[in-house]
Write a protein that binds this ligand. Sequence first.
Ligand code: GLP
Length: 452
Amino acid sequence: METQELHRFQIGSQYGTADNKCRSCVVIYDSSSSASAAVAAQIADLIRAKAQQGEQAVLGLATGSTPQGVYDELARLHREENLSFQNVVTFNLDEYWPMPPNALQSYHRFMAECLFCHVDVDPANVHIPDGTLPLEKVAAYCTEYERQIRAAGGIDLQILGIGRTGHIGFNEPGSPRNSRTRLITLDKVTRLDAADDFFGEWNVPRKAITMGVGTILDARQIILLAFGEQKTQIIQQAIEAEVTSAVAASFLQARPAVTFSLDQAAAGELKPVKTPWLCGSIVDSGQSWDQRTTKRAVIWLAEKLDKPILKLIEEEYNENGLQELLSARGSAYDLNIQVFKSLQKTITGWPGGKPGRLRRDGSVDVFPKRIVVFSPHPDDDVISMGGTLIRLCEQGHDVHVAYQTSGNIAVFDDEAARHVDFAAEFCRVFELSGNQESRRLERTMQLLASEK
Ligand code: GLP
């Protein structure tokens, strides 16, 4: 598969840090699939190079939705390009505790289904923390896990995802730099994020066994993958904010041989992406002051100074890292008008067109129209274009909304049951319901109770 790398920079160099230490590196790809393919290729190179030297490749592996593309690609490389895993030893980062290995949410099951069943790895070389141990055996087990990693010669390449709390593995906020494999209590945010997998937050285990931050940092090479908008904020904190145990992933900043492999969405809040003009010359970094970058910069300046675009003055451009823009694109006056007009063009009071409007071919456009709005969820229409919907109706169009899902999967049964229960109790206390309502509520409760 073709991989397209859009942007690469070293942490430190773009941020004006004084020291010249080789720090971790950020690579931004055009999509998550191309990032996954590039990372899989790197893993394959390591496995083959080690095999040639008659050595084992020791991989640290992660779970979650993020690394799945890497595992798919590794399975393909095994199937189609003879990549053998016979010299591969693996150590997984974590497992929920307690957790039987065959449960739907078990990381043992995840790894088997996503990777191990599709390649020729020796099961004896696979290590995943055991979620079935009684509490009194966990501590000794964790010490043994660390010993096994050392005995294998240490981890050559560690793959990581990142949780919304900034955790790597399950190293929740507060995990020290030198922490080792241990039992940890999961953060509320992490349990909430896992709620879908467990059909409700209350079913998510409260604890997990995880490699420590120190265990992870011992790996010779580390790649952290993050994709999608839900990772934008935490990636910004992990890479650009201070190094702190409140965000375990921030410990990766201060270490060489770490790569953050991101898609464009996850990288969206990083300074070199969001405000590249604050990191030096745009032109020197291979970009140009095209229309898109110009528009972004002017809107950013107006928002930053909390001023209308048309009132921005040259000094403000100059003092906010936009000298190069002024030299490239002319005066502040011209720039302001140009960007203002391009924004103005995107706004119309007649979303369905004005009555009597001429089409390109000279014929008169239909008015009123029959309009279908596609809404993935039953609230997306109102949230994203409520005002437009009102306008369309007011202006006499025949408007229909096509909902693409009933939305029921977004509501857990126990939530629904709680509301039905409340409604029933409310009706009873205030003597509001007739027989019909009570029966309907009762039927709903029975339906929820009987559903699996
Ligand atoms: C869990 C795992 C982490 C993983 C994180 C993010 O918490 N223990 O190792 O990085 O989920 O998951 P996802 O990749 O699905 O966003």
